[in-house]
Design a protein around this ligand. Sequence first.
Ligand code: NAP
Length: 325
Amino acid sequence: MSRVVVFDEAGGPEVLRVVDQPVPEPAAGQVRLAVEVIGVNRLDAMVRAGHAPRPIRLPQARLGVEAAGRIDAVGADVEEFAVGDPVIVTALPDMDINGTYAEQLVLPAERIIARPAELDATSAAALWVSYSTAYGALIEKAGTRPGDRVLVTAASSGVGLAAMQIANQIGAIPLAVTRSETKVDALLAAGAYAVLIRPRDDLARVTQELTDGSGVEIILDLVMGPGLADLARAARPGGTLVTAGWLDPRPASFPMNPLTINRYMSFEHTLDPTAVRRIAAFLGAGLRTGALSPTIDRAFGFDDVVEAHRYLEQGSPFGKVVLSV
Ligand SMILES: NC(=O)c1ccc[n+]([C@@H]2O[C@H](COP(=O)([O-])OP(=O)(O)OC[C@H]3O[C@@H](n4cnc5c(N)ncnc54)[C@H](OP(=O)(O)O)[C@@H]3O)[C@@H](O)[C@H]2O)c1
């Protein structure tokens, strides 16, 4: 049996509870994971609250797309992994049925990669969703190049901090946007060239000043909402805006200035094994040089999942929230 977090109806963090569920033997092409640490994502809170991007199966819906653990059984035809190997989950499209908030997990071997040697289980559980999203949005979608000025909203989020590290890794220049004046020093220490406060600062004017009057080449927006049009004014004519998050649930305003506008969803890449190899190679190189290093805000115990969700939703984390099994 495995202890598993489930919920029977959509609602606040208190709908989450821990139950025992049987764990099957892995079938051909599958592995079983002893989960060590789980990455808690905004998507999990949205699904729990009833705002899933697709219908989910209730009752006893599961949660979670991110985890690090060790292989504890392999099915037939699995040659690239052995019992005891430390690994990372890269994608779980069916989280309500097989979510990562569990002690044990059976999943296809193509949905995991080896854990990079530089990472312990906690950092590994904070890597994939944030960094693959930041990489996909900035590098593959927006085509960010060395020298580009990159404005990142919700810069203190897991994805935001990953985006700033990736920008620095390739020689681009990250400008951070936050709502919290108390985070300025930490964002500068995390690699921001400058920090802009929203709504205090006029984003267009301050970015003009920081970019010799031209505006930024790239905006990575994780917030959307009615501030989107104002944010877009920070871009130079012909610049690129890529949206990859929805932290502000209010309707988005539409930018009027001439921009290339893209939207990025990580499942565009993370269900494609070739893309996963490409992402893993990029992240692996950054981890080896030290350019990339996941930021953990706070680790909760598995049984404190309700408190972890409350913290994510009510707090203002700096980096990732994780659950230790
Ligand atoms: N496209 C994809 O495939 C994909 C994948 C992963 C995540 N995402 C999205 O990326 C976003 C960030 O996710 P995450 O898990 O990294 O971070 P997170 O932990 O949800 O982000 C927390 C930070 O975001 C800022 N924030 C929170 N609510 C906000 C609001 N209403 N308006 C402006 N800023 C707000 C706060 O920073 P300050 O107080 O400093 O402003 C907070 O500390 C989410 O929207 C998530 O859904 C998308």
